[in-house]
Design a protein around this ligand. Structure first.
Ligand code: BTN
Length: 327
């Protein structure tokens, strides 16, 4: 914690802070401060130490690590605490274990690489090191389990807004929760729910964002894209994760006021890529085509059929495709 705080103090000051001031602030010895700074330098932060002046954060190139995330996480609860791993099997698996062991509402698990990244419908999620964002947020809401699927839509809004704020590119949502740019997928989400006796034990929302340039496996090369490819410059992963937690916190609180999408429906629909377009609903009970009309207050997609009737499609059961391809 002290290391993250030193980092955020140095960042705020933008100038030298004396060793003395830091010692007093934390109530520790000069050696303790010097050691903490030494460890930060080892992690890759560029901190200058000058006699009689103190310490200064030199360049603001982000290092993707726990201290960077912690020092930037200025939310009230979303993203606290952060646990960071260089390698995990899957952030969702870790988050579920942590949630069972008592991790609080808002705890965030982040990894630089996953060895068993998991996607929906039993698929995997391409999770190489050093380039993408993989995180899982733990939530412990006290509402009925049926409402949990709406939380993924809240996260989809937060991720879209976060990407637009940090990268200045326009993204959209392919209902319910894929984030797309120019018709290609840049982010996927996997929500897992644990229920006991009609109560939510925890919900974990896993988010995978393709950030840096990479060779996608051939199966997804046609439909996947990464942020750096679309915005043409480096995207700071820690800032992106923090921005997403900030927007999630705000949207989640709006959601909680009504426990549905009545207040979020309009901003969600504005992000929806296939709104007003023809979509094919891949319902296991029979596929059909109709015009997407946006979501209702439960987060279901409204699809108008050729006979003029409207069906509400529930996110859990079916998937929706554009008639000309993935979106
Ligand atoms: C999809 O199939 O679209 C969902 C992909 C979800 C991937 C993320 S990466 C972080 C988290 N951990 C996982 O194992 N999966 C999710």
């Amino acid at each position: 914690m002290m290391k993250s705080q030193i980092l955020s103090l140095l960042r705020q000051r933008g100038d030298f802070i004396s060793g003395q001031e830091l010692c007093e602030y934390f109530g520790v010895s000069r050696t303790a401060v010097w050691k903490a700074v030494g460890q930060l330098k080892k992690e890759g932060f560029c901190i200058e130490a000058v006699q009689n002046r103190g310490y200064r954060l030199v360049q603001e190139k982000e290092v993707f690590c726990r201290h960077e995330l912690e020092s930037r996480m200025d939310t009230r609860w979303a993203g606290h605490p952060v646990s960071f791993y260089d390698v995990l099997d899957s952030t969702n698996l870790r988050a579920k274990l942590d949630a069972e062991k008592g991790a609080p509402h808002g705890a965030l698990v982040v990894a630089d690489m996953q060895t068993q990244g998991r996607g929906r419908r039993g698929r995997g999620w391409n999770s190489p090191a050093g380039t993408n964002l993989y995180f899982t947020l733990i939530l412990k809401p006290d509402f009925a389990p049926e409402k949990a699927s709406m939380l993924t839509l809240v996260m989809a809004m937060a991720v879209s807004q976060g990407i637009m704020d940090v990268c200045q590119v326009r993204v959209g949502i392919k209902w319910p929760n894929d984030i797309v740019v120019d018709g290609k997928k840049v982010c996927g989400m996997l929500t897992e729910l644990s229920v006991q006796q009609e109560y939510i034990q925890h919900v974990v929302i896993g988010v995978g964002i393709n950030v840096g340039l990479q060779n996608f496996p051939s199966e997804i090369a046609e439909t996947a894209v990464c942020l750096e490819q679309v915005c043409g410059r480096q995207v700071p992963r820690a800032s992106l994760a923090v921005r997403i937690m900030q927007t999630f916190e705000t949207y989640y609180e709006t959601f909680l006021e009504t426990q549905d999408f009545s207040r979020l429906k309009e901003p969600y629909d504005r992000l929806l890529v296939n709104c007003g377009k023809q979509v094919r609903v891949l319902d296991p009970k029979g596929e059909y085509t109709g015009i997407s009309k946006g979501i209702d207050t439960l987060g279901e997609l409204l699809v108008e059929l050729p006979d003029g009737s409207v069906r509400a499609v529930y996110a859990g059961e079916v998937s929706v495709r554009g008639i000309y391809g993935y979106v």
